[in-house]
Design a protein around this ligand. Structure first.
Ligand SMILES: [Zn+2]
Length: 296
């Protein structure tokens, strides 16, 4: 077997151009948007009212998703939204909607999820926080209207380049830089699925995220650009140093709603950072609503 010829790949350097705004000002508009056949970007969102009738349908979807919890957010959003970017969900069945949501970006899908909660239930989310500094627990009400949303004006503004500290051989080519794109929702569904499995290591979730965000194309013999879906083995030669830095950069260059809430502890005034628990029961249930929690 002949070793594939190693060519050094040169990538034009790019950095992401991200705009941050509160959810209240972003409103019914996706942070990234979908690109239609005409290459135009569409961002408009429209959803149904959430009434008893919808609640009954959602309960059905919940039941069906028991064997595949990672697929539930997609089914919920596909059912509640009538439009997201250039996708029209009304003309589709449940399975088709799930496929469409899987094809969207994590930034847009997470935004739809938070926005649905905001529209149909309200801006206040009750959280139970335990202070890292003094160990006291206290209730805290997060305001979704003030949640930061990282958005881009053009889809290419969400793309960036990672310059490797240690160039490595990927599919027969020495790469010095990687072209990075926003994470697809399908990658997120995969990490939810993997995280639910026993013994799934955090590090392999990190690799999944990385694989989902690397855009790798090469020229075919005919000279056309072919997109590759990378497998975990493709990153076998990547250095630990690059794995760590790239993971950090993916986080920093990410778009969509900021899923962290910050504030100060009422007892010791220490600052806290809390991850928004967006699991369905927590986020859409009565325990997340200040009025309901207060009267119980
Ligand atoms: Zn404290």
């Amino acid at each position: 077997m002949e070793e594939p010829k190693a060519v050094t790949r040169l990538v034009p350097r790019k950095s992401a151009k991200i705009e941050v705004m509160p959810l209240a000002s972003r409103g019914a508009s996706l942070p990234h948007g979908t690109v239609g056949m005409d290459d135009k970007v569409a961002r408009d969102l429209a959803c149904k009212p959430w009434r008893g009738k919808e609640e009954r349908e959602i309960a059905k979807l919940r039941g069906q998703a028991r064997s595949n919890p990672a697929g539930f957010p997609g089914r919920l959003l596909g059912f509640m939204f009538t439009q997201a970017g250039h996708h029209n969900f009304e003309s589709l069945n449940d399975d088709q909607r799930a496929v469409v949501v899987s094809s969207m970006l994590a930034a847009d899908v997470l935004y739809m999820y938070i926005y649905l909660r905001y529209l149909c239930i309200g801006k206040d989310v009750r959280l139970n926080i335990v202070c890292d500094r003094c160990g006291r627990g206290f209730p805290f009400t997060a305001d979704l209207e003030t949640l930061d949303v990282k958005c881009v004006e053009n889809p290419e503004d969400a793309e960036w380049t990672y310059e490797l500290s240690d160039p490595f051989k990927l599919r027969g080519e020495i790469v010095e830089a990687l072209e990075m794109v926003p994470m697809p929702w399908a990658t997120m569904e995969n990490t939810i699925r993997n995280a639910a499995k026993d013994g799934m290591e955090n590090s392999s979730i990190k690799m999944d995220v990385m694989l989902g965000c690397i855009h790798f194309q090469s020229k075919s013999q005919k000279g056309d650009l072919v997109e590759h879906t990378l497998r975990p083995e493709d990153l076998d030669e990547m250095s630990k140093r690059d794995i760590e830095i790239l993971t950090e950069r993916i986080e920093a260059n990410g778009i969509g709603p900021d899923m962290q809430v910050t504030g100060r502890c009422p007892s010791c005034a220490g600052a806290f950072v809390h991850n928004l628990e967006w699991g369905y029961d927590n986020f859409f249930g009565s325990s997340s609503q200040p009025s309901a929690a207060g009267s119980s």
